[in-house]
Design a protein around this ligand. Sequence first.
Ligand code: FAD
Length: 431
Amino acid sequence: MSPDPVPAGLLVIGASQAGVQLAATVRERGFEGRVTLLGAERHPPYQRPPLSKKALQEGFTPESLHFRTASFYEDQRITLALGRRVVRIERGPRGSGVAWTDTDEAFAFDRLALTVGARPRRLPLPGAELAGVLTLRSLDDAAGLGKRLRDAERVVVVGGGFIGLEVAASARLLGREVAVVLADDRLMARAVGPLTSDLFLAAHHRRGVEVHLSSRPVRFVDDGAGAVRAVELEDGRVLPADLVVVGVGAAPRTEIAEAMGLTVANGIVVDERCLTSDGFTVAAGDCVQCPTPIGDRGPARVRFESVSTAIEQARIAAATLLGGTDTYRAVPWFWSDQDTLKLQVAGLPDDHDSTVVRGSAAEEKFSVLYYRGDALVAAECVNRPADFIAVRAALNAGLTIDAAGASDTATPLKSLRREVRVHPADGGAPG
Ligand SMILES: Cc1cc2nc3c(=O)[nH]c(=O)nc-3n(C[C@H](O)[C@H](O)[C@H](O)COP(=O)(O)OP(=O)(O)OC[C@H]3O[C@@H](n4cnc5c(N)ncnc54)[C@H](O)[C@@H]3O)c2cc1C
């Protein structure tokens, strides 16, 4: 089903990366109707990536993180309705309805966009409610964490994904003793391959971070006054801690979509135009599960948590609302900064059958390129930004990078770009 162009009154629920982009894009594309950007947080929309990196290390003012100045929203006639959480939707005909907030206000809409993001997963362990056991998702979380970090001596990070490791690196840079505990047997296991995990393990060790792989916390230990003093592990070890940061991933916010009767499966299910199952409402960003954007490689449907995906999907969703036919095809990419390590990842390595390593893990400067047959499918680049740019450009253009020459760091990867050879057994060119 194809939605009609929005006649008037677009309501965007979730005022962050995807929501702001969506509102800005409908204006860029000439929409003249009312646009309301409604958000549960009281802050104007702001960037999350610095919260575990520079802002945590150096401190921040909320204003320094805002995406846009107040005059941008005024000029673009985007009404910001902040500090209001949508708790109920009354549905009308053809995608219209009324959104009710926890402040008992009603926002009528002709068309709705859901950009509600994700919430941090918590660990339902004894002591999880103790003072000093924190998660990090919002600006307010980061302000609270920053304050506690100033006084903490020993920090335990539970989880070995990007956010956990970024917090660990930041805390170490601030001179704290830091231990990372994770259930997996390697770092960032859901997002990068073993070679990159190994590089990061060695790099964090070199910086004085203790890493406990294949370890599960079973209890946060009370200091007797309601604050945490240690983390107890499954094998009986007890790691002292006056601050614990739980970074075990994020769960998509799907409650509004579920109440609306939209299809939900690890995220709000959308098609390649970011249209939900009702055929009118669009959704974008961390809350969304979408068809894989890079053809027939890897899993059929995916959910990404990255700035680039939120921006790209929001642009597509905006086009769809205005009757456009653009589809989400961009190669997914993201980055993570951990002290001096800049990791940049493009593509989906799930389906690879060979790898090429370029550079040196010991020097903390290397790239791993993933191939399926001749086709480049993904790359992880550590402190090699030119490699990342070349790989992303090749993937977006449907080209490959000649594997034979790729390990030679004297040869720029961009000079090795070429068409993918089609093997009959492969059933055609990669998507
Ligand atoms: C600490 C941290 C570091 C990160 N670093 C990186 C990085 O280095 N690189 C990278 O690519 N990505 C990074 N990310 C991920 C990136 O920030 C997210 O992918 C991006 O913010 C997703 O944007 P979004 O708009 O989909 O969701 P969100 O940013 O989660 O925003 C959703 C908004 O919707 C609001 N909302 C939810 N429900 C309701 C409701 N019922 N009513 C009203 N409002 C509601 C929420 O309060 C929230 O403000 C990081 C994330 C965090 C938390």
